[in-house]
Write a protein that binds this ligand. Structure first.
Ligand code: UDP
Length: 247
């Protein structure tokens, strides 16, 4: 796991939001390709059951804690990560600098029309930004050739993929090698929905106290099915702390 913080078998890089954005921009400047995963406890719990997903996380260039759960977990484990690095804020940080680096963006995924609206919002916020394409594409493996062809035709440098986790991470792992122009690929989950205004953004005080998960659960109670892994995540973290292994 080479220097990463081990949270139940998933290695997290020792960066907070500023560090994540700085690392991505530095690699972009250096011409290095960067596959970024913003992972939460649900991702960690899925990876525990899925060797391929664990391998994808191991091989990703940057794995950061999307929210409070992983951060608290790392503290309980006695190997604290420096801070949260939510995908929404990473996208904002990169978009703010992409133009000055001559880097263009493509928005892939979300429901029809959403990526386009997200693109318009991003350009309103960052007028110099070159958004060279958007498409819902398809997360299905049998559609990869068509989706890759769409992205490749636009030849973007930065690719945001919104298929929800872990489909978006699988999509990137399968297809990044076929996209030579892409220097940065990030699975962004609901970020395009938030940018497009079809999903609400947590208010700053909620973000400040790290309760986005609770805020999201109260607004979208159907998510309890996904969040019900959280108590087990907490228990397994305590077990890893006490016995050195969560296996
Ligand atoms: N999504 C998609 N195709 C799919 C499944 C999901 O385009 O087959 C999109 C969905 O429209 C949303 C995004 O993936 O824009 C992320 O969904 P969600 O909020 O569930 O992801 P999370 O952030 O919780 O991983």
């Amino acid at each position: 796991m080479s220097g990463r913080v081990d949270v139940l078998g998933v290695g997290f890089d020792r960066v907070d939001l500023a560090g994540a954005v700085a690392t991505i921009l530095e690699r972009l400047r250096g011409g290095d390709r960067t596959f970024v995963i913003t992972a939460n406890p649900e991702f960690v719990m899925l990876a525990r059951q899925d060797a391929e997903l664990r391998r994808i996380a191991e091989q990703a260039d940057l794995v950061v804690p999307d929210g409070t759960g992983v951060l608290v977990g790392s503290r309980l484990l006695g190997d604290p990560l420096p801070g949260r690095a939510p995908g929404r804020l990473i996208v904002d940080g990169i978009a703010a600098r992409a133009a000055s680096l001559g880097s263009s963006l493509f928005l892939l995924g979300a429901a029809p029309g959403v990526a386009e609206r997200a693109a318009v919002r991003l350009v309103e916020r960052h007028p110099e930004l070159a958004v060279v394409g958007w498409s819902p594409g398809s997360p299905r493996e049998e559609d990869d050739d068509a989706t890759v062809a769409e992205v490749a035709a636009a030849a973007p440098h930065i690719l945001l993929v919104a298929y929800g986790m872990p489909s978006q991470e699988r999509w990137i792992a399968r297809n990044l090698a076929q996209l030579p122009s892409v220097r940065v690929a990030i699975g962004v989950g609901g970020v395009l929905d938030q940018l497009a205004g079809v999903a609400p953004v947590p208010p700053s005080p909620v973000h400040a106290v790290g309760l986005e998960w609770l805020w999201r659960l109260l607004r979208e109670p159907w998510r309890w099915r996904r969040q019900r892994v959280l108590p087990l995540f907490a228990l397994l973290v305590l077990r890893q702390r006490l016995f050195g292994s969560a296996a």
